[in-house]
Ligand binder design. Sequence first.
Ligand SMILES: [Zn+2]
Length: 369
Amino acid sequence: MIDSANPLTYPYDKAPAPAKLTEVAPGVYWTQMPLPMSLNHINLYLVEGKYGWTVVDTGIRGPETRALWLKLFENELRGKPIDQVICTHMHPDHTGQAGFISEHWHAPLMMSFMEYYQARVLNTMMHEGATWQMTEYFSRAGIDSSFLEEMAGEAGNFKPDLEDRPLPTSFVRISDGEKLQIGDHEWLVITGAGHSPDHVCLYCKELRILLSGDQILPVITSNVSVQPTEPFANPLMDYLDSHDKFKKLVANDTLVLPAHNEPFYGLHERLQQLLEHHEDRMLLLEETCIEPQKAVDLLPHLFKRKLETYSLFMGLGECIAHLHCLMDRNRIERTLENEVYLYRSIDPSLATRAHPGQHEEPDDSPMMV
Ligand SMILES: [Zn+2]
């Protein structure tokens, strides 16, 4: 969470009513759908063209969001069909209804190559159960094996709705640097990384609009996590590197339309805040790791509330992402002792950089999907 003395501005004081559209630029509309978690909503966007609509992101699976879409189809589309569905990235709150919408309108799904295939295997991965790699990932972070049983219990409670359509079996690939005609304007595809591997953002220079998905959010911070499927990854480096690209390509007077929180102005300031936020978290970890630490024992320094099951999974992933970025910078070393990783600060300049007691408060904002 970034502090409230915020240089960002929010031109809308309330979110659209359920199944209603709010016009945010000529032909560009914002709607909101519920999420059944501490982060309780997702923003979805529709762009009107001469003959049909483009949907950007689709909401989570299940009857509630599907019913809202049907209502919106009936009341808001002015008799035009949906002719393209774009998902910014693979996560279930973005792709959940893509199969339903695509099937309903026979509209093609457009995604980046990596995000489409990740989305298709994600469901399988959720039901793989505990593998030795997963057990090792958690035990080396200092987390007891009973945690995996709790996680399995939660996954077992997930009962897919029979009306849910799987992701479409074909897609149209969209790639970084490509220009798309959406509605009456040309939009540039800019991909970012870190939150997911090849996350699509869409920039219309003429309208000064950026559809930023989960790549850039104004209040909460995107989850940037090391996960058991790729335990030695460095996604935070990818995430921070992406910022330069957005600063270079997107004008600062652009209205940013994020997938969570509210539309805002102040993109460059937000990118700077995010950079400072992650640098602050890393410095805090370096100061804490003057004495060797297990990843699990670092969590209370980063998160205010007690993390359990899913939030522990996400929070631990974020913590390890910060540690890996520090290891890449030669500021932390990791040793394996009694089958648990210990992280220790090794950079001699730490003494001059450290400012204990002057860090951001531990994060208490809703955990992302
Ligand atoms: Zn996401």
